[in-house]
Design a protein around this ligand. Structure first.
Ligand SMILES: Cc1ncc(COP(=O)(O)O)c(C=O)c1O
Length: 354
């Protein structure tokens, strides 16, 4: 383990020696021609895991979400999603720029909205209205601290979507974290949506890549838009080999990340001046607020409280991310072990006492 305990994101993991060996041994071809055997194998496996007919390997979670939107809407349509979701907040305005749709954010509770809330936004036909054609659910919800979207509520949203002829997409960047924490197979989510995307480059520990899963028809449309968006990759089998390795070796171990996140939450909560917003965390992400009294007199006036806490953690070789003036995010992942968690807890204790 490295000297630095890097809790900024689960995207920071480096390939293990075994994963590097799998990458080096990959059989490859030109995937734009559909001739990369490792990509083809990965896409078939992802489709099986999610219970969908087909899948498409893409460079990023952002591209997977945007392909789902582009393939299931027309310009001028409206997309319903929760106000804290990634496609709304952190994808650079892509729904408007790439699909010509407008987005209607719903205010949920820790990333979760209800079928009743959804129903309130489904107006009848009127020439004045942008028709809602797509609903997006994020599971787990990043900004809410890796929060689970309950399967029961998803089921009700899915029933309503079908009754009203709407498409439903799940941004499942961390769907394996959800599956492990909730104790349900990924196919339970896949069977309650039209499209489901997930990432290999987060908790699963692969260097690059995400996948969009759906019907054969949907994936055919998405494949064309992937080319249009510049996401057609050639010998992508090197990346697919890492993804296949991750699916085989790094899924069950996500439970360790969740247990470490809980231990970290308890440790930080015991340090005066810090409050864990989502204690205990559902999965691998912690959101922590610092009280105004923390580091009083020890930070420069132009520094936010969260930046000052991050700097103080950094002095102790622990890295966290600022996500608000007094709010931090910490994420557990496969490159942080029990010792790292202990060091992070000690660092919070020292800052609290300083
Ligand atoms: C929930 C969620 N969706 C999508 C993405 C986008 O993934 P990428 O960074 O691969 O584009 C992220 C990234 O953190 C995410 O947390």
């Amino acid at each position: 383990m490295s000297a630095v305990v890097d809790l900024r994101s689960d995207t920071l993991t480096r390939p293990t020696p075994a994963m590097r060996a799998a990458i080096a041994a990959a059989e490859v071809g030109d995937d734009v021609f559909g001739e990369d055997p490792t990509v083809n194998r990965l896409e078939e496996h992802a489709a099986d895991l999610t219970g969908k007919e087909a899948a498409l390997f893409v460079p990023s979670g952002t591209m997977a979400n945007q392909l789902a939107i582009r393939s299931q809407t027309s310009p001028g349509d409206e997309v319903l999603l929760e106000e804290g979701t990634h496609p709304y907040n952190f994808e650079s305005g892509a729904p408007a720029a790439l699909s010509g749709v407008q987005v209607r954010p719903l205010r949920g509770e820790r990333g979760v909205f209800t079928a009743e809330q959804m129903a309130q936004h489904l107006r009848g036909y009127d020439d004045h209205y942008a028709p809602v054609t797509l609903v997006v659910v994020e599971n787990t919800n990043n900004r809410a601290g890796g929060a689970l979207f309950p399967l029961g509520e998803l089921e009700r949203i899915w029933e309503l979507a079908r009754a009203r002829g709407l498409s439903l997409h799940i941004d499942g960047a961390r769907i394996f974290n959800a599956s492990i924490a909730a104790g349900v197979p990924v196919s339970a989510y896949g069977s309650r949506c039209h499209s489901l995307s997930f990432c290999f480059s987060k908790g699963l520990g692969a260097p690059v890549g995400s996948v969009l899963c759906g019907s054969r028809d949907l994936i055919k449309r998405a494949r064309r838009f992937r080319k249009m968006f510049g996401g057609g990759m050639r010998q992508a089998g090197f990346l697919a080999a890492a993804a296949l390795h991750a699916l085989e070796h790094h899924v069950e171990r996500l439970a360790e990340d969740h247990a470490r996140a809980k231990r970290l939450a308890a440790g930080i909560a015991a340090a005066e001046g810090f409050r864990v917003v989502n204690d205990p965390p559902d999965t691998n992400i912690l959101i922590v607020d610092a009280d105004a009294g923390v580091l009083r007199g020890k930070r420069s006036p132009e520094q936010t409280l969260s930046a000052a806490v991050c700097a103080a953690l950094g002095d102790r070789q622990v890295l966290a991310l600022t996500v608000g003036p007094s709010r931090l995010r910490l994420v557990t992942h496969m490159d942080v072990d029990d010792d790292g968690i202990g060091r992070a807890i000690r660092a919070f204790g020292e800052i609290s006492a300083s």
